[in-house]
Design a protein around this ligand. Structure first.
Ligand code: AMP
Length: 403
């Protein structure tokens, strides 16, 4: 029988998340996470869904990604799901930046590794860790296809009018400065799932996808193809996020350098790690912010209002970009769970056909569902994202032909 399992790896700078899926029914056999790699206090958490039983935890130093993947392999082997199993069809890797070249998931060979490495200057935080994950996994199973699935691929269909910044073309091209967009795996998955919810084919619908997690981005998807997205050269542009500022006047940076005496690295850290919701009110968890708002906290209220104001501007912008909108889909941690954010983001947009039904919006639920009233011209939906399933599906589609 052909192998049917896919291991999905998401390797960050100090963590590795993993899921093992069976592609016959998309069931999860095991999921887990290794955190704080390289520190004394590393931790592995493993959930053996297939074998059943208690979650397992290991504490103690995990020196590097080699050691982390060794530990993951050991845990999987305990459940009878070893990485050496003939039932494993491929390993799918999340890779954050694929530049313009990688428009599709790609089987990794030496040339592909070299190209991902060449993109490090535009993704210094992410691509090195993603590369390490691929190299280590290749070492463990050199015979197995390793597939890179890129966060940027879904956005490579953006027209030049949306992808280019209005700066000197020669300078931009020399340094590969353009808008790439991120969270593409999620935007792809959610836009298709929204079409399914509408009972239509992706080619026949226009969707605004709002991926609101700790990182956040919006995209305009016309007939299944991305035509604009809010993140740019890096994931810093666009919406207000947990710790990132999103859009600012670029002159803020020169001002902070010249007047504030800050270095480029300090401003990088300020805008990526100490801004957004945490910079505005000291919390980046929307649950805590809402608790504070309910308790009358003014700073939390302002942070919430700034977050929602930016979101509303992007919804309006992408409505104009698409011309006709069939659905607005909310996804990721905040999008799937925060009824107040969804309500506030669409408040006052009835003239655009956008409405939220209070009862549907606050009703609990885990499945993809509509939250707009039956008479609304534009559907509003909550559509849980599943990036691991999307990576596994794309990986399996690519290698399934050969196995
Ligand atoms: P993600 O990056 O998609 O995992 O989203 C993480 C964020 O989702 C957290 O930082 C919270 O702000 C938010 N979040 C998670 N659960 C809830 C909830 N029940 N209500 C509101 N926000 C939530």
């Amino acid at each position: 029988m052909s192998p049917t399992r896919v291991l999905v790896l998401n390797s960050g700078s100090s963590s590795v998340k993993y899921q093992l899926l069976d592609m016959r029914d998309h069931s999860r056999l095991a999921v887990g996470l290794v955190e704080r790699i390289g520190e004394e206090t590393s931790r592995l958490r493993h959930r053996p869904l297939w074998a059943g039983g208690e979650d397992r935890e290991r504490e103690g130093a995990v020196a590097d990604h080699d050691a982390a993947l060794e530990a993951v392999a050991e845990e999987l082997a305990k459940d009878g799901l070893g990485i050496d199993s003939p039932e494993l069809a491929a390993i799918g890797h999340r890779v954050v930046h694929g530049g313009r070249r990688f428009t599709e998931p790609t089987v990794v060979d030496d040339a592909v590794l070299a190209e991902i490495e060449r993109l490090i200057p535009v993704a210094p935080l992410h691509n090195p860790a993603n590369l390490t994950g691929i190299r280590v996994a290749r070492g463990l199973r050199p015979d197995l296809p390793q597939v890179a699935v890129f966060d940027t691929s879904f956005h490579t269909t953006m027209p030049e009018s949306a992808a280019r910044y209005a700066i000197d073309t020669e300078t931009a091209d020399r340094h590969r400065v353009r808008r790439y967009g991120f969270h593409g795996t999620s935007h792809a998955y959610v836009s298709r799932a929204t079409a399914r919810l509408l009972g239509k084919e992706p080619e026949d619908v226009n969707v605004i996808v709002l991926h609101l997690g700790n990182g956040a981005s919006a995209s305009a998807v016309r007939g299944g193809r991305c035509v604009d997205t809010s993140m740019g050269l890096t994931p810093l542009e666009g919406l207000v996020m947990g710790t990132r500022s999103g859009d600012v006047d670029p002159a803020v940076i020169f001002h902070l350098m010249r007047v504030g005496g800050m270095s480029a690295d300090e401003i990088d850290e300020l805008l990526n790690k100490k801004s957004g919701l945490i910079g505005l009110c000291g919390d980046n968890d929307m649950r805590e912010i809402r608790r504070r708002v309910e308790a009358g906290d003014e700073r939390a209220r302002l942070a919430f209002d700034i977050y929602v104001h930016r979101l509303k501007k992007y919804i309006g912008a992408y409505y104009a970009v698409l011309g006709r909108v069939d659905a607005v889909a909310f996804t990721a941690g905040v999008g799937e769970n925060s009824a107040p954010v969804r309500e506030a983001a669409l408040a006052g947009l009835e003239s655009l056909g956008l409405e939220v039904d209070g009862g549907l919006n606050t009703a609990p639920g885990d499945a993809a569902r509509f939250i707009s009233p039956a008479h609304a011209r534009v559907a509003v939906a909550v559509v849980p994202t599943d990036e691991e399933l999307e990576i596994a599906t794309q990986t399996y589609e690519l290698v399934g032909k050969d196995v």
